[in-house]
Design a binder for this molecule. Structure first.
Ligand SMILES: NC(=O)c1ccc[n+]([C@@H]2O[C@H](COP(=O)([O-])OP(=O)(O)OC[C@H]3O[C@@H](n4cnc5c(N)ncnc54)[C@H](O)[C@@H]3O)[C@@H](O)[C@H]2O)c1
Length: 264
């Protein structure tokens, strides 16, 4: 029997990807969709004649469709309500919405345990990004130097990226001490060696034509090792989301982070 899924935030950028991904997977079945922007009571399924129930109200859809899993990609303020309503009905949770506080995560764990269901919350569902950091942590123990080059579209507001910062912290932690850092004796142009965190130089490239890319270059005597991850569109999150839907029905309580879900 396919796992029945309701998508919360279904008309947003990520929600639409989830709707498509669930419809494409024969082991999953899209039962209903929820979004504040909902107009009308049916959502046409991509590439099919069928429609499914649609509403701005999650409780209505849960009562109508009785799914096993709710997937949420909406806003942090709404996610806690999703967790309360879903767990009360013994529905498991897959949450990709970012910005949840540690208190909200603790409360989700408590609610999931109390109701005997699973919850997977992951701020990054891109499998490759999580595996990149895992592999980099392994390499970090054997190399003295490391630099990170992250490349994003020109509209990205922050630099360096959050992923680059967390990668630098993760590899320094895995090494157990800061990396060695080659200082320029003479810097012809200020900032050319990038920013520095725990001995890791971080460089940000911003260009149209890019989406999200990162490489971690390790160096030691006579060799370098490069670990690189490229994403070209939001579809990159879907293998992680689909895997989470299939895993969460077997879990109890909260699993936070794709790395924990994958057992890395
Ligand atoms: N975990 C990941 O890998 C990952 C990847 C990308 C984005 N995100 C996060 O996913 C979330 C959504 O991102 P997006 O780009 O799709 O945003 P978006 O604005 O395109 O979509 C959000 C949708 O949620 C709906 N919504 C908002 N409040 C709601 C409520 N109370 N009830 C029902 N629907 C509501 C909106 O109408 C909108 O359609 C953000 O928190 C973003 O940071 C996570």
């Amino acid at each position: 029997m396919p796992i029945e899924v309701v998508v919360h935030g279904a008309l947003g950028r990520m929600g639409r990807e989830v709707v498509d991904a669930v419809c494409r997977d024969p082991q999953l079945k899209l039962a209903g969709a929820v979004d504040l922007k909902a107009e009308g009571e049916r959502l046409p399924l991509p590439g099919r004649q069928d429609t499914i129930p649609l509403s701005p109200d999650l409780e209505t859809i849960l009562a109508q469709t009785r799914p096993q899993v709710v997937v949420d990609f909406s806003v942090a303020e709404a996610a806690m309500n999703v967790a309360r309503l879903a767990t009360k009905r013994k529905v498991s949770l897959v949450i990709g919405t970012t910005g949840l506080s540690p208190e909200a995560l603790a409360e989700m764990d408590r609610l999931a345990r109390a109701n005997g269901v699973g919850a997977i919350v992951a701020p990054n569902f891109a499998l490759g990004a999580v595996i990149m950091v895992h592999l980099a942590r392994v390499a970090a123990r054997y190399f003295d130097y490391a630099e990170i080059i992250e490349m994003h579209h020109e509209q990205k507001l922050d630099a360096p990226s959050g992923t680059a910062l967390s990668t630098a912290r993760a590899i320094a932690e895995a090494r157990g001490k800061p990396f060695l850092h080659a200082e320029a004796q003479k810097e012809g142009l200020s900032g050319t060696r990038g920013g520095e965190l725990q001995g890791v130089s971080l460089h940000s490239v911003r260009l149209p034509g890019l989406m999200a890319h990162q490489e971690i270059i390790f160096g030691t005597a006579g060799q370098t090792l490069t670990i690189r991850h490229d994403t070209i569109n939001r579809e990159c999150y879907m293998p992680g989301v689909v895997l989470a839907i299939k895993k969460v029905v077997e879990l109890k309580g909260l699993t936070h982070g794709l790395d924990n879900m994958l057992g890395l």
